[in-house]
Ligand binder design. Structure first.
Ligand SMILES: Cc1cc2nc3c(=O)[nH]c(=O)nc-3n(C[C@H](O)[C@H](O)[C@H](O)COP(=O)(O)OP(=O)(O)OC[C@H]3O[C@@H](n4cnc5c(N)ncnc54)[C@H](O)[C@@H]3O)c2cc1C
Length: 416
């Protein structure tokens, strides 16, 4: 029985500072309109249930299905895609998708992560698939009638996605494939209908779509995590799983390129989620600094905090510009908009962690509370403090982003 999140009786939205401090000079009008649309949706449907989503233990029953359906019905999953598969056919789909993720992460990084994996990872990987495969998997992903997942990580192959150490193998060819192996940490897996799976095949990598109810597939129990509690992850096991050759995405052997290109897009999404979390802490922080008093003054009257928040306003501006620039390069047809995507990812997620730490500090002991027993109050900074850490790790760790940037500086013959 699905247990949907309850409405947060303590919810109160702080004043938004993004429209005042951030000038949308470089943002296409179309993207600004998407921001307004998604913000109105998030204000109405995500904000009231976000705290509950972020504080319940991971379980299939706790997956926010009702909200997922509302997002589908509002057409949010159509934003990234072209019209032939039912998408909105926007001129700047990557920019719009990044803004979608930022606006969701403002209230809930769990919800942003669910959508990032559903639309950007599973969905974008399927843009490399045949029209027939897209009709079977991408079209229902857009309407929300199927939930997608995307799997590259394995217990022994993750940051180092080396074909020699991969343990998920596909054997066969035109007559069909038999898959054996195991994946780890797969977002949405406990509730997903299918996975876009990276396999070793004939010494190279191939992406294959696998329905999760196929005989031989086992989905593990949801992992218990530090944060992002609404985002469910699990191991996937494959035991002699038979898949038709028509389920191959692209051509056999092209899996690594598809995976890396998809993860580059994903990085832009994760950068946007970092900006969303940072902006939330910033806004809550301003309110607290203007209202909480110590030594007969408002905290905001101490120059220490004025300068900190001036630095964060600048860093948020830089982060948003970086992810938008990477996304617009992608919209202009570049599959690997580097070094911008890597810069955006490490910078924005590093910022989210920095401001989350200072955000808890601004709130003092209240910022450390999950819930204050005296009155049931709670503060967004505590949740962001737990949620932001994973954004420095998934979809390419921040060390790998710096390696990508360093390669652009020194060349591969020096950096390796
Ligand atoms: C909540 C969550 C959701 C996830 N969702 C998915 C998903 O949907 N699909 C999926 O496929 N995977 C998913 N992942 C996996 C995620 O992408 C990996 O955890 C991540 O890529 C890092 O791999 P690892 O955890 O094995 O760390 P490791 O690869 O063991 O790395 C450990 C550390 O070593 C560092 N390191 C490695 N190589 C170098 C180097 N050359 N120089 C410097 N430092 C280095 C890394 O940066 C990292 O800090 C998810 C993980 C989590 C926790």
């Amino acid at each position: 029985m699905s247990q949907q999140p309850t409405t947060d009786m303590n919810f109160s939205a702080p004043e938004r500072h993004q429209p005042r401090l951030y000038t949308d000079l470089f943002t296409p009008n179309e993207t600004q309109q998407i921001r307004a649309e998604v913000r109105a949706f998030a204000d109405k449907y995500v904000a009231p249930v976000a705290w509950d989503i972020g504080h319940r233990e991971e379980s299939v029953e706790h997956f926010p299905r009702v909200l997922f359906k509302k997002m589908a019905d509002a057409g949010l999953f159509r934003i990234p895609f072209a019209t032939p598969v039912g998408g909105r056919g926007l001129q700047y789909p990557a920019a719009a998708t990044a803004v979608l993720i930022e606006e969701l992460a403002y209230y809930s990084n769990s919800v942003a992560a669910i959508v990032d994996v559903h639309c950007i990872l599973a969905g974008h990987a399927l843009e490399h698939a045949s029209p027939e495969l897209q009709q079977r998997y991408l079209a229902p992903l857009l309407t929300g009638s199927k939930i997608g997942s995307f799997a590259t990580t394995e217990p022994e192959a993750s940051t180092d996605l080396n074909v020699k150490v991969m343990e998920t193998h596909a054997q066969g060819g035109a007559e069909g494939y038999i898959i054996n192996g195991r994946k780890r940490f797969i977002t949405n897996a406990p509730v997903a209908d299918f996975v876009v799976l990276l396999t070793e095949h004939d010494g190279r990598m191939t992406e294959i779509v696998v329905d999760l109810d196929t005989p031989g597939v086992t989905v593990g129990q949801p992992d218990k995590k530090m944060g992002n509690h609404g985002q469910l992850t699990a191991d996937l096991y494959f035991d002699n799983v038979r898949i038709p050759s028509s389920n191959v995405v692209g051509i056999p052997g092209s899996g690594l390129r598809i995976a890396l290109q998809t993860l580059t897009y994903g990085r832009i999404g994760i950068a946007a989620s970092g900006v969303g979390m940072a902006q939330a802490v910033f806004d809550h922080g301003v309110h607290r600094l203007k209202t909480r008093k110590a030594f007969g003054k408002h905290l905001g009257q101490f120059q220490h905090w004025q300068f900190k928040w001036a630095e964060y306003a600048t860093a948020i501006e830089n982060s948003r510009n970086l992810y938008l620039k990477a996304a617009l390069r992608m919209d202009a047809g570049e599959s690997f908009p580097e070094p911008d995507a890597a810069m955006a990812k490490w910078y924005a997620t590093n910022l989210a962690s920095d401001i989350a730490r200072d955000g808890v500090q601004v709130f003092g002991g209240y910022g450390f509370m999950r819930e204050l027993a005296a009155d049931g109050s709670h503060y967004r900074v505590e949740e962001v403090y737990r949620d932001c850490k994973i954004s420095e790790i998934y979809e390419g760790t921040n060390e790998i982003q710096k390696l990508v940037i360093a390669r652009n500086i020194f060349g591969k013959d020096i950096t390796g």
